[in-house]
Write a protein that binds this ligand. Structure first.
Ligand SMILES: O=C(O)C(=O)Cc1ccccc1
Length: 322
């Protein structure tokens, strides 16, 4: 198996991939961006790629949400949670008082904004493709390709070869980032009872009650949503789709029925996968929404219709009983 990750070596995404599958048991390939990683999964160059999708402080990673929603279909087959700590690192000899500009990934900057305002209020922010890219580019500071910043915000492991000027600078000490492992369709992890499903819903028109209509399909089946974001489709001003994570697996009856309900009313439902939850927490649902109760109800309806029960092998018909 060939796994890609948002590189270079030293990113939080690499830490997520190492937690999923140690490098000794699979080939790990550093990719320059989330878009490149997902494009290589789509083209078959990679079997799967680990990408950041959501942060407990800053919310969804737009680049990932958009790259997953559009283009050839992909499947999320797993998730990993990584606790995040940041350092401020600079090339040897650079003093704290000399720092005018700081490079890091947008989600890194969002998580150290408070610390920067308090400690380097005049520093200019330079966005980079990853936190580790900000650090490694500083190592080339004496060459023609010197970056336009003096220090990087990155993981402690990415600061190798640089001097750490400040430790643990995240504004939220319990920050966690969620990463997903993405493959081509054809993989559907087995339900575990503690699963999540990710979809993108495009509605027909922008009208009052449109979002409520969508939510009702979850509420009516006791399905707990864990993330809901609107993202612009890019088609026109005001045109949005909804990126949604919820508890349960596509093979759970309540989830299947909710997806069918959405499929009936929405312009398009993109199924991005069902996969085991990283925290192993069982779905918060009720007995009335269990597989057994859904199947009983389906059998009851078949009976009313004089149809054979699910799994019946003979041509015998049952009578409709309540
Ligand atoms: O740039 C990285 O190291 C990443 O893996 C993306 C990221 C950036 C900031 C917080 C969490 C993940």
């Amino acid at each position: 198996m060939k796994y890609g990750f948002l590189g270079p070596v030293g990113t939080f995404t690499q830490a997520a991939l190492l937690a999923w599958r140690p490098a000794a048991s699979a080939e790990h390939v550093a990719c320059p961006s989330v878009n490149v990683a997902l494009a290589q999964v789509r083209s078959g160059e990679l079997d799967a790629a680990m990408v950041p999708i959501e942060n407990s402080v800053e919310g969804g990673v737009s680049a990932t949400l958009d790259a997953l929603a559009a283009g050839e279909p992909l499947r999320v087959i797993g998730e990993v949670l990584v606790p995040i700590t940041f350092v401020l690192a600079a090339p040897e000899g650079v003093e704290f008082s000399e720092i005018r500009a700081v490079g890091t990934h947008p989600h890194g900057w969002a998580q150290v904004r408070g610390w920067m305002a308090a400690n380097l209020p005049d520093a200019v922010y330079v966005p980079t493709l990853s936190t580790a890219a900000a650090a490694t580019d500083l190592l080339a500071a004496h060459t023609d390709t010197a970056p336009a910043y003096d220090a990087a915000v990155c993981a402690p492991v990415a600061a190798a070869g640089l001097t750490v000027l400040a430790d643990d600078i995240g504004d939220n000490k319990t920050a966690v980032t969620r990463f997903v492992l993405v493959a081509r369709p054809g993989w559907l992890p087995t339900p575990t009872g503690a699963d999540k499903t990710t979809i993108v819903v495009y509605q027909h028109t922008d009208r009052s009650g449109g979002l409520l209509e969508l939510l009702e399909h979850f509420a009516a089946r006791d399905i707990n949503m864990t993330r809901l974001e609107s993202r612009p489709t890019g088609a026109a001003m005001g045109s949005y789709c909804f990126s949604i994570d919820f508890e349960g697996h596509v093979r759970d009856e309540r989830v299947g029925e909710a997806l069918m309900g959405l499929h009936r009313v929405a312009a398009q439902v993109v199924f991005l996968g069902s996969y085991p939850r990283a925290d192993g927490q069982a779905a918060a649902t009720t007995e009335a929404a269990s597989n057994a109760r859904f199947r009983q109800a389906q059998d009851w309806l078949r009976g009313l219709r004089d149809e054979p029960a699910e799994g019946a092998t003979s041509g015998l018909r049952r009578s409709g009983r309540s």
